[in-house]
Design a protein around this ligand. Structure first.
Ligand code: ADP
Length: 162
């Protein structure tokens, strides 16, 4: 039974994240989506709201659990006896940061492997930050996020419905 942990801020979950979850289910038997508190990133949704949205978006996937997490990722991975950390790699912008994180995590615990998955091309430019920007300017969100997530973004950013 191969278990993967997919950590992130998910502020909010986009189709890019969902694409990575779907792909990781081809490699792992079970996935835990670990939603980090990450106050340093100043998320617009609190962790409970982010967990709720990930649960909603992944409700039709079997073998996906969603949890909030705080603290060191390697401790979390060890505690759950997971086999690997899953991260998504977009175009080129993610590489340096992801490389650094993977090597630091390996230094902290050399049994923790990181697996990188590439999203579908259509999502390779998608970030939660750009979606928040589009939402705050009143742009259409339907190609990027689940309709309920779009609704919550509009509500949070107090823009009229498109
Ligand atoms: P973090 O703050 O940990 O980077 P994010 O929620 O921004 O959290 O991203 C979590 C993971 O999902 C990261 O590995 C990120 O590269 C990946 N990811 C985010 N958006 C996409 C996307 N559009 N395509 C592929 N991977 C993505």
């Amino acid at each position: 039974m191969k278990l993967g942990v997919y950590p992130g801020t998910f502020d909010p979950i986009t189709h890019g994240h969902t694409d990575i979850i779907a792909r990781s289910l081809r490699v792992f038997d079970r996935i835990i989506v670990a939603v980090a508190h990450n106050p340093s990133k100043r998320p617009i949704f609190d962790v409970a709201e982010r967990v709720e949205m990930v649960k909603l978006v992944t409700k039709d996937f079997a073998h996906v659990n969603v949890e909030a997490f705080d603290g060191l990722l390697v401790d979390y991975v060890r505690r759950h006896e997971a086999h690997a950390v899953i991260r998504g790699l977009r175009a080129t912008s993610d590489f340096e940061y992801e490389f650094q994180m993977a090597l630091i995590n390996r230094k902290l615990d050399d049994k923790v492997e990181t697996v990188f998955l590439m999203p579908s091309e259509e999502y390779s430019y998608l970030t939660s930050s750009i979606i928040k920007e589009v939402a705050s300017l009143g742009g259409a969100l339907k190609d990027f996020v689940h309709p309920e997530v779009a609704e919550r973004l509009r509500h949070r950013l107090r823009r009229p419905i498109q």
